[in-house]
Structure formats: structure tokens, C-alpha cells
Design a protein around this ligand. Structure first.
Ligand code: AHG
Ligand code: MN
Ligand code: MN
Length: 323
């Protein structure tokens, strides 16, 4: 079993970037400990506040956000952070080399039912010409990410990480306290018979998505000629983790349920880091019309339609969108 830092050093990753990732993971270890203690740590349930997205904040959303923010900014090598739980970026060291954007706790609705949750992060290069508190510095396409990952707080606490040289999985050894490499080269099978989508939104999807999912449901007797299985964890970290482990397609497509909010997932701290991990593992990630990592962001909290996973299945889905 190999430890995180020597593996990254071997890849020639900048030592500052390695220490930044280690700091993020130190915060995640603490979140993992509190999550594990659950009710005993007094961290379950909601606060009385809402975040910028108008969503009620869970106590764990706030706790995870504070831990990550404080520890990341303390490194002195980060110019600013941007989080799902912060309206605006928070400035760090104006001379810092990095920007970090994160979803401190993904799958908030799972916190009180002892189900899968996680932390998603993305690291971008800082822009010398912009001020540390300027949101514009974060508006870089996903292709500019230096590193991305998530920590999944499940039966084991696991890290999926990429620095652009493949995707690796690590498992937190809770006795030793470090993340150990447990899957060197993640390769998402290109073919799958498993899909993940919130079916309760079916009537609100675009015709292309309606048709695609209907054909999956028809199974062997339909145009796809094979049966498909369905899974939905209600935490993108859980669904993406399953796809990294055994393939599948995950979709949170455009819908018309709330005309003010045609998309659910956030580009900067959900879609981009997950797309980087998936592409580095041989999968694909698209909005249905364009590669997610090519999108030029216009807002740090912008939302986007997401279709990602096994390459051939994503291509099948795209055919419906191009017709
Ligand atoms: P968050 O808890 O950070 O707000 O994100 C939840 C997201 C994503 O993780 C998940 O796939 C999706 O919302 C679940 O949506 P439904 O409530 O429609 O199941
Ligand atoms: Mn989330
Ligand atoms: Mn969240």
C-alpha cells in the first residue's frame, strides 16, 4: 500500500500542490471523523440559515465548509477559495499560487439517514492580474484544473484524485491516519447496462432525454436490445464513485420543473471536478450538447446539465440529442 504524497511526487506534481492536497485531506479526515460519530457529535440536522442557492444549510454543510475554508486559507499558498456555502469568494494570500473551489458536503439530504455523502474539490491556477477577492479569477474552464477529487464518507472513507495523469482511488486507513493507494489506474468500462437519474423529474425533461430513458426502460424488447438496471444515491459523489468502480451513466439533465432553475448541478465544484475524474478514467462527460470541461464559466455558482460515465453509453445518449 502506497501513501498519497510519494505517489504524487513520483508523478512530478509540484510540491506546493501536493501539500495543498494534503491540507484538503486533513480537513476531510476531520469531517470523516465527525460524520462517523453522527448523532454523538451533534452534527446532524439543519441550521436556521439558507445558502446563496436558497437551500437550507445542514449543520454538516456549515461545519465542513468552515473546516475546509480555514485550513485551506491557512496554507498561505492559496489566493482565494470559493464554496457552495459562500456567496462570494473568500480571499487568502494575494501572492498565493492556487484557487480552490469546493462543495464541502455533497448529498446533504443523506446526512440524517446515515447514507453516502462526500466532499468535492477542484484546484485552479491563480491569476496574478486579478485581485484575491475577485470572483472573475475563478471563471476558468474545467480543462484548466490542476487537480480534482472527492472524498466519499461511506463504509470506508475513500479519495478519488486526479492531477491529470489518470484517476486513482485511495482508502483512509483510520488506524494510521493516512490515505493509502488502493486502486492505481481507474478504467471505467466503456459499455454498461446501468443508469442513474432521478426518475421523478421525467415529465420535465427535454424530448431527447425522454426518448433515451424510455428506450433504456424498454430493455431487451426495445431498440437497445438489452436490459438496463437503475441506481440513484441522491449524492453525486456516491453515483460517480459507483461509475468509477464498475461503469454506468449518470444524468442530471435540463428540466422545466422550475423555469428559474433549468439545471441542478453546479459547474465549478460539482460538474468540472467530476468530469476531470471521469475523463481521466477513460469516461466521457457532456451537457448533451458540449463537453463540460470546455465550458467558459460566467458565474462561480452557475449550474449545468450533466451526463457522464461509460464512453459508449454517453455516446448513445448524445445521439438522441443530436437528432
Ligand atoms: P448538495 O447536497 O451539495 O446540494 O448536492 C446534491 C446534488 C447531487 O449530489 C445529487 O446528485 C443531487 O443533488 C440529488 O438530487 P435530487 O434531490 O434530485 O435527488
Ligand atoms: Mn453537491
Ligand atoms: Mn453541498
Amino acid at each position: 500500500m502506497r501513501r498519497l504524497a510519494p505517489v504524487l511526487r513520483q508523478d512530478g506534481v509540484d510540491t506546493d500542490l501536493i501539500s495543498l492536497i494534503k491540507t484538503i485531506l486533513a480537513a476531510c479526515k476531520e469531517i470523516s471523523f465527525r460524520v462517523g460519530q453522527g448523532e454523538l457529535a451533534g452534527v446532524l440536522g439543519s441550521t436556521l440559515d439558507e445558502n446563496i442557492q436558497g437551500e437550507t444549510q445542514k449543520k454538516l454543510d456549515v461545519l465542513a465548509n468552515e473546516l475546509l475554508k480555514d485550513m485551506i486559507l491557512e496554507t498561505g499558498i492559496v489566493k482565494a477559495i470559493s464554496s457552495e456555502e459562500e456567496d462570494l469568494p473568500v480571499a487568502g494570500n494575494p501572492a498565493g499560487k492556487y484557487l480552490v473551489t469546493f462543495d464541502p458536503l455533497d448529498g446533504s439530504s443523506n446526512t440524517d439517514i446515515n447514507s453516502l455523502i462526500g466532499t468535492i474539490f477542484s484546484i485552479l491556477p491563480a491569476k496574478a492580474e486579478l485581485a484575491a477577492d475577485d470572483a472573475a479569477q475563478f471563471l476558468q474552464a474545467g480543462t484548466k484544473q490542476l487537480a480534482a477529487g472527492y472524498v466519499l464518507y461511506g463504509p470506508s472513507t475513500m479519495l478519488a484524485l486526479t492531477t491529470g495523469k489518470g484517476t486513482r482511488l485511495y482508502t483512509l486507513d483510520k488506524t494510521y491516519g493516512g490515505f493509502l493507494l488502493t486502486h492505481e489506474e481507474v478504467a471505467i468500462p466503456s459499455v454498461t447496462a446501468e443508469f442513474a437519474i432521478n426518475m421523478s423529474n421525467q415529465r420535465h425533461w427535454e424530448p431527447a432525454m425522454q426518448q433515451y430513458v424510455q428506450d433504456l426502460l424498454l430493455g431487451k424488447t426495445g431498440p437497445r436490445g438489452k436490459n438496463f438496471n437503475m441506481r440513484w444515491i441522491a449524492a453525486m459523489v456516491g453515483d460517480v464513485h459507483r461509475i468509477l468502480c464498475r461503469g454506468g451513466i449518470f444524468m442530471y439533465p435540463t428540466d422545466t420543473k422550475d423555469p428559474q432553475k433549468p439545471y441542478k448541478l453546479r459547474l465549478m465544484y460539482e460538474a468540472n471536478p467530476m468530469s476531470f475524474l471521469v475523463e481521466q478514467a477513460g469516461g466521457s462527460s457532456t451537457t448533451g450538447y458540449a463537453r463540460i470541461m470546455d465550458i467558459a464559466p460566467t458565474d462561480i455558482h452557475q449550474r449545468v446539465s450533466v451526463i457522464l460515465g461509460s464512453r459508449h453509453e454517453v455516446e448513445s445518449c448524445l445521439k438522441y440529442h443530436s437528432q
